[in-house]
Design a protein around this ligand. Structure first.
Ligand code: ZN
Length: 392
């Protein structure tokens, strides 16, 4: 029997120790930039003048694969799960929905969609940042061959469509019917929810008016009555979710093969009950907690690790098992490991256990605790300059 796909688990929440900065010179911003340039340089395709007669002109010692997490989207105004202290500092009451709960319970779906209805605006208003742009530049330079992201905000594929991105945990931009697998854009679903829930639409309008959504500071948002999480979910104390309405899959309803009780607007009218929820259930195209990552996506992510010669983690504390195990895989393949993340990372002591301080200027291993949107653009500039010099 094939091994069962691991289920997406709640991120590891224990406090993480402060990182050991590698090399020690990477403790300053300029030192971190220099160390990252050293780390990525072997992946920079060399110019004809530098390559030996036996090496093709474009050869490098292999691509770097990037593994990104919520930290790269913080500068876009999306909250990170963990503060720099390594705990759920931004929203202590946050409890995500589980896959089984979503599939089985009409009540759970009402609550999910009500919160998502309010949170969606936040995601729509967020924009990719300089960190995402720099990742695209690293792709154009030939340094980075592929990106694996844990983020569901779609910023990577939108910012650098030419550079392959595997969205490990799916994405919020579409919904998928659990019965017929038809996909629908989340943006038009928002209009459906608005139409079906006029009082919620009014509440959302008032939130926009109070400016709760204007600030990028999660604490400030919270003060104005709005708490948000990285998956686009919103938490409103005391809000009544039981009245929220959401539509069933239009394709299934048209077919008539699935019987669900809906009113004339297409909204569910009765709890479906039982497992499978009676069919025609629309689910966001994200991997929920307790759900497994689709096998082909998991294999594709592993392949990108195997095809690369080094791995750079950007903006992830590796708290999520599916991300941590990709770095573990890289470690087992003796690939150089780089981590650019503010605060500690799960298991990093093990990843860097055999790194010799002496003689390592970043090429063998790099660990720095800096903002990706500030550091990566400068790394790109330095690599571009180094390639230009190479061409002279
Ligand atoms: Zn359907």
């Amino acid at each position: 029997m094939p091994p069962r796909a691991p289920l997406l688990r709640i991120p590891y929440t224990d406090p993480l120790p402060a990182p050991r900065i590698i090399p020690a010179s990477a403790a300053t911003s300029s030192g971190a930039i220099a160390a990252l340039v050293n780390f990525l340089s072997p992946s920079l395709p060399s110019s004809p003048s530098r390559s030996s007669s036996t090496t093709p002109a474009s050869a490098s010692s292999g691509h770097t694969v990037l593994l990104t997490g919520a930290g790269i989207s913080v500068a876009s105004g999306l909250a990170d799960y963990r503060g720099t202290a390594g705990t759920y500092t931004l929203n202590r009451t946050y409890r995500p929905i589980y896959y089984n709960e979503f599939c089985a319970s009409h009540e759970a779906r009402k609550r999910y969609w009500a919160r998502s209805f309010l949170g969606w605006t936040n995601l729509v208003r967020a924009k990719a940042n300089a960190g995402h742009v720099a990742v695209g530049d690293l792709g154009r330079l030939g340094v980075v061959g592929s990106v694996v992201t844990q983020n569901v905000d779609s910023f990577h594929p939108l910012t650098h469509p030419a550079l392959s991105t595997i969205e490990l945990h799916g994405y919020l931009r579409t919904l998928t019917c659990l019965t017929c697998a038809t996909s629908y854009p989340r943006s038009s679903f928002q209009h459906d929810l608005s139409r079906l829930n006029p009082s919620w639409a009014t509440f959302l309008a008032s939130m926009l008016e109070t400016g709760a959504l204007d600030t990028e500071n999660p604490l400030e948002r919270s003060k104005r009555g709005l708490k948000t999480n990285p998956d686009g979910d919103v938490d409103i104390p005391g809000a009544e979710y039981t009245t929220f309405r959401y539509p069933a899959c239009p394709t299934c309803l048209k077919d008539g093969k699935i019987r669900v009780e809906v009113d004339t607007d297409g909204a569910w009218t009765t709890p479906a009950g039982g497992s499978g929820a009676g069919g025609a259930v629309l689910k966001p195209s994200v991997v929920m907690f307790g759900e497994s990552i689709p096998a082909e996506r998991k294999v594709a992510a592993e392949k990108t690790i195997d095809d690369a010669s080094r791995i750079l983690v950007v903006g992830s504390s590796l708290a999520t098992y599916s991300a941590w195990r990709l770095v573990k895989r890289a470690k087992e393949r003796n690939m150089p490991i780089g981590i650019l993340n503010i605060g500690g990372c799960r298991g990093e002591d093990t990843f860097y256990a055999n790194v010799q301080e002496e003689g390592n200027a970043g090429r063998e291993a790099v660990r720095c605790s800096e903002r990706a949107d500030v550091i990566l653009p400068q790394v790109v500039q330095a690599l571009q300059a180094s390639r230009s010099r190479d061409r002279i």
